[in-house]
Write a protein that binds this ligand. Structure first.
Ligand SMILES: [Zn+2]
Length: 290
């Protein structure tokens, strides 16, 4: 079976070096083996959206030479599918309504199961939570190696439909990865701790679990994630071949210097090796070098 990879940005700002890494890594992982690469715009959360950024992200990707092999999927068109998954999970008793507000939750962040056996008197339904069990979920990350997490000990029953009625990120991602037949999820290690929740959701919904690969996120010298909040420039203003070369180096694929964009892609597709990527959660990158 051909692999299917995806890049799934939120339209909350322009493409920057940090998010480009996930685009490049997922693209090369899929395309170097003749697979497909898809783009999904995660526009679940209208208040956080920056107007026009989805269009600019797609234009930037194209400028770098990356194009979705299928029509771009927008999560804002998928609400019915998320509702259907919610109804399935509520109907089977795997999920339940929770009436807790933020102030009811303990500082640990681990949900204590207050509404597990029905809403306590005086509480009305707010969000929907998925039951977790006290067992270890483990997977072999293609970059980070063996990862194990016991959800009962790290998060407890977690929210899959928010109090504002919007499907939680975890649910939407799982429903859409299955809908798009994604076989390999390549993304930044800041999402590593979402993976066990997503695998649990896949089990509950009877969906296949894709392979996962989490590359290090780029941080500045003080350890802050590079991104729009930390002063790193949108890559729209930078030369694609220089930025791509930096991205390949960061991803452990040291490429020949001073090439054209086409030459770089040609080289990268022929030489891509996911085992070259450092098994680290974060790595420093000097933005001045780009
Ligand atoms: Zn509750």
């Amino acid at each position: 079976m051909k692999s299917v990879g995806r890049f799934a940005p939120s339209p909350t700002g322009d493409l920057h070096f940090g998010s480009l890494l996930a685009a490049v890594a997922s693209y090369l992982q899929a395309k170097s083996t003749g697979g497909q690469w898809l783009v999904r715009i995660e526009d679940l959360d209208p208040p956080r959206e920056v107007k026009g950024s989805a269009t600019r992200i797609l234009a930037d990707l194209e400028r770098f030479g990356m194009q979705s092999d299928r029509e771009v999927l927008y999560q804002s068109t998928r609400f019915a599918a998320y509702e259907q998954a919610l109804e399935e999970l509520l109907g089977s008793g795997q999920a339940y309504w929770c009436g807790c507000s933020r102030s009811d939750l303990p500082a640990s962040g681990i949900y204590p199961g207050t509404c597990r056996d029905g809403l306590p008197a005086g509480k009305s339904p707010r969000s929907v939570r998925l039951r977790v069990s006290d067992k270890t979920i483990s997977f072999d990350d293609l970059i980070q190696g063996r990862v194990a997490e016991n959800l009962a000990q790290t998060v407890g029953d977690f929210v899959i439909r928010r109090a504002d009625g919007i499907a939680a990120y975890q649910l939407a991602v799982v429903v859409d990865d299955a809908f798009q037949d994604v076989t390999e999820v390549v993304r930044g290690a800041d999402l590593l701790d979402s993976t066990a929740r997503q695998i649990h959701l896949q089990h509950c919904l009877g969906l296949k679990t894709p392979a996962y690969a989490h590359h290090p996120v780029a941080v500045d010298d003080s350890g802050k994630k590079l991104g729009k909040r930390h002063g790193s420039d949108p890559i729209a203003s930078l030369s694609p071949s220089i930025v791509l070369q930096q991205a390949l180096e960061f991803l452990g694929q040291p490429c020949p210097q001073s090439q054209t964009l086409d030459d770089l892609w040609h080289w990268a597709l022929a030489h891509w090796d996911v085992s070259g990527i450092a098994a680290q959660a974060a790595m420093p990158l000097n933005p001045a070098k780009i």
